[in-house]
Design a protein around this ligand. Structure first.
Ligand SMILES: Nc1ncnc2c1ncn2[C@@H]1O[C@H](COP(=O)(O)OP(=O)(O)OP(=O)(O)O)[C@@H](O)[C@H]1O
Length: 583
């Protein structure tokens, strides 16, 4: 039941609706008491031979009036209570989504997409049920149960009422025990659903790869295994679930049995009339629902509580990278100084960067080269403040990057990542992502600089062409260039191309670099690349090796060194010549 306390912030928020709903529920619980009593009176009047036509009309009139009132009130409490529970779902969904947008990459590294989606769907729906069905069953069982028992004790016979209630404590004990079992089993069932969700999401996203490698059979086996696990765990929940109804029916059955036996005895002793006993057993019938409601209540509440715990746990995960108090809300500008003595990724044992130092004047271009895994992207991740916790300092315009507001910093940096992501939307919207109201000419200008404008015009619907999820209908090079156009739309102070020209040919690469140089004279650029032609004209080039800078200088200076850069350059020249020769 603690979940109701945990949700009190929400009940407070919608107190008006819940107050009206619960008031209506209570009135219905009272009105329900009328018909059995009226039936009891009518039967006694028939027995005594005193029932007249006008008395019968009166009794029927009372029953009809209470039925109409109950109809109206039942309609309203449903609206108030179940309607409000939708707002809890909405609220939690938005909270989760906002939380997701604040989390840093390391969170997404730890958490799986399917699991996060399960939280945002299945778990929220279980909590929503608590605020709807849970509140209903709680108040309905309390009000109906109390009023029915009071009516039985006060208006009929308190001794018979006590006798009829003898089996109830057993039911309370048993349902409490079932509730505890259910909580644990439901938690496992939800976790299994998260795994299945994750598998489904990953398999659908990776279907092309799965098929290419002919792994469908294995994938189906994996899926079946997880699906069976979900069924097994839900069957374990269902086993407990199924115990509630028979237990309650058994307890009520024993109550009926005791009432009839002792009721008959009281009638023969003259302490009760037959009408009283009929009214009593009808009341006992009315107790079935509150008892069932208690069973349902445990069920709903235990599920809701397990799910709320899961959601809370997720929401309580700290946001790792936050704005400092009083952080500058200005777009960074100026020279860049990167001085990192060492940096280790959160889950790693050894540093990925050691002694990486470079300075870049505003308007200059930095080229970063190095073998795969040498730390090129790690440098960019620190610049983007995707990770904190490095030893050293990184300043932009003489201010440490963590002294800027995160949003201000990110707005100044146009980052084109290695793994491009295009939204399932039009090309126009993908390019104008950071500025959806941008004029067509601006979008076209960015596309022209990124050398993708002509390609777009070649598509049947031009800029209005929809690109599928992750842009499946485009070539790798086209996706790269759309991503570059998207970054250029921000008119960034710092443009970062993280191996973003790898899928275009040398001529297109040269054209793009030329266009960037001409249009971004005063803005800074960082390019990482495996192909040296992309960084050859940079003002500064650093050569990375095993997380550290091993060479630094201009192309000419590095060639004169005759070190790693020189070797790489010679090798690439040779490869080019072989390619040309081959052609
Ligand atoms: N998020 C992360 N968590 C833990 N380790 C990471 C993470 N990202 C990268 N690394 C590790 O840091 C090292 C440097 O990786 P980085 O991505 O910077 O290499 P890179 O030079 O950009 O390689 P590539 O040319 O293949 O992109 C690698 O050993 C990699 O395994």
């Amino acid at each position: 039941m603690k979940v109701f306390l945990k949700l009190r912030w929400f009940f407070k928020e919608r107190r008006r609706e819940y107050f009206i709903g619960i008031l209506m529920l209570t009135l219905v619980a009272i009105l329900q008491l009328v018909p059995p009593k009226v039936i009891g009176y009518t039967i006694d009047e028939i027995g005594d031979g005193t029932l007249t036509a006008s008395a019968l009309t009166k009794w029927v009139g009372i029953i009809v009036a209470s039925a109409i009132l109950m109809y109206i009130m039942r309609y309203y409490w449903r609206q108030m209570i179940f309607g409000s529970s939708n707002y809890l779902a909405k609220n939690l969904r938005e909270k989760l989504f906002r939380h997701f947008t604040k989390m840093s990459p390391s969170f997404y590294q730890k958490r799986r997409v399917g699991d996060l989606m399960a939280h945002a769907t299945n778990d929220i729906s279980a909590v929503q049920q608590t605020a709807g069905g849970g509140v209903l069953t709680l108040f309905d069982s309390i009000t109906t149960g109390t009023f029915v028992i009071l009516a039985m004790a006060i208006t009929i016979d308190w001794r018979l009422t006590l006798i009829a209630l003898i089996p109830m404590p057993f039911m309370a004990l048993l349902t409490n025990y079932y509730g505890k079992l259910l909580h644990e089993r439901f938690r496992h069932a939800q976790a299994a659903f998260s795994d299945l969700n994750d598998k489904t999401q990953e398999s659908i996203s990776g279907m092309k790869v799965i098929k290419t490698f002919g792994q469908q059979r294995d994938d189906i086996d994996d899926f079946t295994h997880l699906s069976n696990d979900v069924v097994d765990k839900n069957m374990r929940v269902a086993k407990i679930d199924s115990l509630f109804d028979p237990t309650i029916s058994l307890v009520i059955g024993v109550s009926f049995f005791l009432s009839l036996g002792f009721g008959a005895k009281f009638i023969t002793e003259g302490a009760m009339t037959i009408g009283d006993l009929i009214a009593f057993t009808t009341y006992l019938g009315l107790l079935v629902w509150p008892m069932l409601a208690i069973g349902m209540l445990f069920n709903i509440v235990e599920r809701g509580s397990a799910s709320y715990d899961r959601i809370e746990q997720l929401l309580n995960e700290p946001v790792e990278i936050m704005d400092k108090t009083g952080a500058y809300d200005v777009r960074p500008k100026g020279d860049l100084a990167f001085h990192v003595d060492s940096f280790t990724f959160p889950e790693d044992a050894t540093p990925s960067l050691t002694n990486v130092h470079f300075d870049l004047k505003q308007g200059q271009t930095l080229g970063i080269v190095g073998k795969t895994g040498s730390g090129k992207t790690a440098i960019l991740k620190l610049l983007l403040r995707e990770f904190d916790g490095y030893k050293g300092n990184i300043t932009y315009g003489d201010i440490a990057i963590d002294d800027y507001k995160m949003l201000a910093l990110r707005e100044a940096i146009g980052y084109v990542p290695q793994d491009h992501f295009l939204f399932s939307s039009t090309i126009y919207k993908n390019i104008a992502f950071t500025n959806p109201d941008a004029a067509q000419e601006k979008v076209e200008h960015a596309a022209t600089l990124a050398h993708i404008h002509d390609d777009i015009l070649g598509f049947t619907e031009g800029y209005a062409t929809i690109v599928g999820e992750r842009g499946v209908s485009l070539s790798g090079g086209q996706k790269q260039r759309i991503s570059i156009a998207r970054a250029l739309m921000m008119e960034p102070e710092l443009l970062i191309l993280d191996d973003s020209l790898s899928a275009v040919d040398a001529k297109t690469e040269e054209a793009i670099l030329h266009a960037l140089k001409a249009s971004r004279e005063n803005a800074t650029t960082i390019i990482t690349s495996h192909r040296l032609s992309a960084i050859q004209h940079a003002h500064v080039i650093i050569v990375m090796h095993e997380g550290t800078v091993v060479e630094k200088g201009t192309h000419e200076e590095l060639m004169d060194l005759r070190g790693r850069y020189y070797d790489m350059y010679e090798l690439q020249q040779l490869e080019q010549q072989v390619e040309k020769g081959g052609m």
